[in-house]
Design a protein around this ligand. Structure first.
Ligand SMILES: Cc1cc2nc3c(=O)[nH]c(=O)nc-3n(C[C@H](O)[C@H](O)[C@H](O)COP(=O)(O)OP(=O)(O)OC[C@H]3O[C@@H](n4cnc5c(N)ncnc54)[C@H](O)[C@@H]3O)c2cc1C
Length: 348
């Protein structure tokens, strides 16, 4: 019998991604509450969202995970981005990192290997005192007499006083209201990783403010059916640490049913990317790390209700709302939202 069967946790969290892990770490470190995470997968697991904005830094500092992330090899600093909506006129946004040398504050944006980044946060939650059960999906919840029971399928049940849904975008447990679409802009992302790609900062042109100091931007490049991202990501390939590039296309979901736009086909994906101005120069000699493509819908959505205090249920992170990822805001929102949930739970 699992050790959680006999307990009633003060807080049970469904999902151990950045939102769930950060909330659990903070509750374990800053309160006397008993906390458990029930996570469907075993970490490290693949995840989309590899370029993170600098506003994650205060949240990581507050949860105590900042030092662990900074001392890892899972990231490279992100110096901004360049956008080629019109290849004749690319433009760049620049993040000043050198201020750190003047005032000592970290304000780095990073490109990271999400399986490793998320694993660091989940391990930190466990080390902080939260109980973490991986490979334990929550199938449903029910509330009776001030206690919420989590149905864990073959793993039995667990009980808690307060339930937090941190199960991400694909969450199907619509406990606190249906999630509405925020717009008609509904795309799909298809991505993979490549080796042998040139760094985006190596491109010629006056607009390229990253070249002189060899700083790493994200590149976003439009083509006739959507846009590609190009992100440097340090990964372990055949046991060796290599800076790969994450190469992804954001396009209409109908692409998958059109044989000419089936971007999950390695040849169609690479041929299409090589025809995109500027991107073609960067990936001329590149190869896919694997033939396995990942896909994710990226429809912006928001929950009808993020919290039902009578039922002691809260949604945090993507489970509550998800905004199109063009400006790399998802993990920032998830961490900030975890901080707000923490304040609410602490005050209750
Ligand atoms: C195309 C695309 C590109 C993106 N790019 C970026 C980017 O560049 N930068 C950025 O910051 N964000 C990006 N995002 C968003 C980012 O990935 C998310 O905002 C972030 O991962 C949210 O964290 P979370 O903890 O809320 O959810 P998740 O990271 O999704 O974690 C949820 C966890 O819950 C678990 N889970 C799910 N169901 C259950 C269940 N029933 N029981 C138990 N566990 C369960 C999952 O296994 C998962 O580990 C992107 C998203 C998309 C779709």
């Amino acid at each position: 019998m699992s050790e959680y069967q006999d307990k009633v946790y003060d807080v049970a969290i469904m999902g151990g991604g950045p939102a769930g892990a950060t909330l659990a770490a903070r509750l374990a470190r800053e309160t006397e509450l008993s906390v458990a995470i029930f996570e469907a997968e075993f970490f490290p697991r693949d995840h989309i969202g590899e370029t993170l904005v600098h506003t994650i830094v205060p949240s990581l500092y507050e949860s105590g995970a900042l030092g662990k992330v900074l001392s890892s090899d899972c990231y490279v600093k992100k110096a901004g981005g360049f956008y080629s909506w019109d290849p004749k006129q690319p433009w760049a946004s620049y993040f000043e990192h050198e201020l750190h040398e003047h005032d000592g504050y970290f304000r780095w944006s990073i490109h990271c290997n999400r399986p490793e980044f998320d694993h660091i946060l989940l391990t930190h939650a466990r080390d902080s005192g939260a109980e973490v059960y991986e490979g334990t999906p929550v199938n449903g919840v029910s509330r009776q007499d001030d206690i919420t029971t989590l149905d864990l399928g073959v793993h039995g049940t667990a009980r808690c006083k307060l339930f937090v849904n941190c199960s991400g975008r694909t969450s199907s447990t619509t406990i606190t209201g249906e999630r509405q679409f925020l717009s008609n802009y509904r795309n799909i992302a298809i991505w993979n990783h490549i080796v042998g790609g040139r760094p985006a900062q190596s491109l010629p042109g006056d607009w390229n403010i990253f070249r002189e100091r060899n700083l790493s931007p994200i590149a976003s490049l439009a083509f006739e059916h959507g846009w590609f991202w190009y992100i440097p990501v340090p990964k372990l390939v055949q046991g060796k640490r290599v800076v790969t590039h994450s190469l992804g296309v954001v396009t209409d979901p109908s692409a998958l049913s059109d044989p000419k736009k089936r971007f999950t086909d390695p040849r169609i994906f690479m041929d299409t990317a090589r025809r995109v101005p500027l991107l073609g120069e960067l990936i001329k000699d590149a190869q896919l790390v694997s033939d396995k493509f990942m896909t994710a819908p990226n429809y912006s959505r928001i929950s009808g209700r993020m919290c039902d205090w009578d039922k002691r249920e809260i949604r945090v992170g993507d489970a509550a709302y998800f905004v199109d990822p063009l400006f790399s805001s998802g993990v920032h929102f998830a961490l900030q939202h975890a901080g707000m949930a923490m304040v609410m739970i602490k005050a209750a």
